[in-house]
Design a protein around this ligand. Structure first.
Ligand code: CP
Length: 318
């Protein structure tokens, strides 16, 4: 297995099966720190730089919380408009990261342009973690989701997945690549204009992912062990900021909605429901206290997985 020390986390396409389990093992080892709400000193000498060109609640703050839990330091920006990358100069990724690499030891970047973190990795001498790039990928989110499945179900292999949402989304890409390393059939449900692209379908076939597409969640929910939902009503991820103010946003059609009634009548009794959040109305709030929901556990695991990734790429858990 390749070492994680000094490595960029850009995509799950290049993750090997045993590397997933290495991350999960380290997460399990570090998890007691987060459970007991302590801060350790594992990364006391290290600084995380957060470079967020797009809004985020979870990804940025989970990385920051993870760094604090490991005793490290954090600096960075959450609004590119307050930097030279977002004003008159439109400073390039290269020029920006050639500065940021002197301000810390690892950079987590979210960007509205697909491939921006990869461009950063070309120039930076420190590891880059992809916090979501346009429609590209969201590897740390899917690592969080798989860790949640492992903890909740005791296995990843052998489980049947249902993924609902916009299949052009970065999380769906990372999910497809990740499942290529596990024995997990998956059914995708999306509006026709948000369906899997031909290019991505070709990749899934190339990676031997066992997948199918159906039109309505009712056609697939009965066999699902893991139900992963993303919004179909959402912003344009290729924009730096997509404001809702003054615009009507549609409601989610029943085809792409997981309601309490649907879970009670059609889902397996022990299925689990994941949602990386934020949500619109695709998972109504009365689902929150059902036995299927696991999104709050997922939120906690998001901190633990980022602790593991930071410790690994910074060489503290070799
Ligand atoms: N799930 C997720 O990526 O959330 P944020 O956009 O708040 O980071």
């Amino acid at each position: 297995m390749r070492s994680f020390a000094g490595r960029d986390i850009l995509s799950l396409k290049d993750f090997e099966r045993q590397e997933f389990f290495r991350v999960f093992d380290v997460a399990a080892e570090l998890e007691p720190i987060a459970v007991s709400r302590r801060n350790s000193d594992l990364l006391a000498e290290k600084t995380l730089v957060t470079a967020f060109y797009q809004p985020s609640t979870r990804t940025r703050l989970a990385h920051e919380a993870a760094m604090h839990r490991l005793g490290g330091h954090v600096t960075g920006f959450a609004d590119a408009k307050m930097t030279r990358a977002g004003d008159f100069y439109q400073e390039s990724i290269k020029d920006t990261v050639k500065m940021l690499e002197f301000y810390g030891d690892v950079i987590v970047m979210r960007h509205f342009t697909q491939g921006a973190p990869h461009e950063a990795a070309k120039w930076a001498s420190i590891p880059i973690i992809n916090g979501g790039d346009g429609w590209g990928e969201h590897p740390t989110q899917i690592l969080t989701d798989l860790y949640t499945v492992l903890k909740e179900k005791g296995t990843i292999d052998g489980l049947t997945w249902l993924a609902v949402g916009d299949m052009r989304m970065r999380t769906m890409h990372s999910l497809g690549y990740a499942l290529s390393q596990f024995d997990c059939p998956i059914t995708f449900v999306s509006p026709p204009d948000m369906a899997l692209t031909d290019e991505f379908k070709a990749e899934l076939k190339q990676f031997s992912v066992n997948f199918r597409e159906v039109e309505h969640v009712e056609q697939a929910i009965a066999e699902a062990d893991v139900i992963l939902v993303e919004p179909v009503v959402q912003p344009d991820y290729t924009k730096s900021r997509d404001e809702r103010a003054g615009k009507d946003v549609g409601l989610t059609p029943a085809n792409y909605k997981i309601t309490r009634e649907l879970l009670e009548n059609k889902a397996k009794s022990d299925a689990i429901l994941l949602h990386s959040l934020p949500r619109m109305d695709e998972v109504p709030t009365d689902v929150d206290i059902t036995r299927w929901s696991r999104y709050w556990q997922e939120a906690f695991n998001g901190v633990v997985i980022r602790m593991a990734l930071l410790a690994l790429v910074l060489g503290a858990m070799e």
